[in-house]
Write a protein that binds this ligand. Sequence first.
Ligand SMILES: Nc1ncnc2c1ncn2[C@@H]1O[C@H](COP(=O)(O)OP(=O)(O)OP(=O)(O)O)[C@@H](O)[C@H]1O
Ligand SMILES: [Mg+2]
Length: 378
Amino acid sequence: MKLNKQDILKALETISAPGEGKNMVESGAVKNVVTFADEVIVDITINNPSLQAKKKTEVEIMKTIHDLVYEKAKITVNVKVDAPTKPAPNVIKGKQIPGIQNIIAVASGKGGVGKSTVTANLAVTLSKMGFKVGVLDADIYGPSVPMMFQVENEKPLAVNIEGKSKMKPVENYGVKILSIGFFTQPNQAVVWRGPMAAKALNQMIFDAHWGELDFMLIDLPPGTGDIHLSIMQSLPITGAVVVSTPQNVALADAKKGVAMFQQESINVPVLGIIENMAYFTPEELPENKYYIFGREGAKHLAEDLNVPFLGDIPLVQSIREAGDVGRPAALQTATPLEEAFETLTQQVVQEVVKRNTNLPPTEAIKITTMAGCSAVKK
Ligand SMILES: Nc1ncnc2c1ncn2[C@@H]1O[C@H](COP(=O)(O)OP(=O)(O)OP(=O)(O)O)[C@@H](O)[C@H]1O
Ligand SMILES: [Mg+2]
């Protein structure tokens, strides 16, 4: 079979270009097509620098040529990323945060699925791995990080840094913590609007003396509302992780959570989905697994949405107890839970590294290789 360029171009005209109402050929994305015998090479340029977008384009081109031109064609697709010259919208504010390398938002959609628990355990595990870590509790409805770190009775002190008064985060288990809970009265219901919450959070980031951090984790309130929009738009978030249980109601909300980050005005890369309460294991029968909320729902959701699946955490009584006494479960050494949180944390770090390698670099993001990670270890 001898392929020809015209047939290939005609086939590529059936693929639409993202967001332009034009096809891939009209939009100028197809830079070159070379054919010889049953082989074809397509050079293409896309704007979306994510690995997923690259892969998707490649697969779409191959499938189209196989379906419409010749099913046995040997196809090479060279995808070049023409990264936008404008900075990515998630760093538009121009406010780089000196000393803070990566900001990771932990979100869910549905409440009570374990965002704060996951945040606390990720934080202590990162710290054990040698990273410098901060947690910003942005849950204006029910800040629970102070309790999970047993610092609910502490208050951040003011320190003088180069003539300016700054808030000094409270510290425990090697993790620096600021929470909206430090500034509200216990049992006081506070009504916040998005911009107000974003302003308070901005202060906790920009008017605080965090020092050098490899990772700042932001524990978000549940939902996908106005407050989230304000927060996302005003902070240079490196990426988001979405926590869900395997249950359908939680998954539906997690889906909205992912969609929120991916919408154009927010455009925060989704690092992946974590399945919490994946199954119940009684402490005395660790081999027994009961899938009480359904099985692998969050994993399947990640596959459907084409975002990474970061791992699962079982529903274990000691996780809840550890949270309540203010000593995250991952601190207990040589336990299956410590291992589970380590595996999960490594996945998160790996996705951050990938994100920093594949997306346009920003000053807020410095780690670009795993080797780079060890370079910043204490
Ligand atoms: N894997 C787990 N095993 C056992 N208990 C868990 C697990 N994950 C979370 N919990 C418990 O479930 C409850 C809710 O968890 P958590 O507060 O972390 O959820 P959240 O998503 O932050 O909630 P909110 O939406 O209210 O902020 C807590 O009591 C916590 O200890
Ligand atoms: Mg919470």
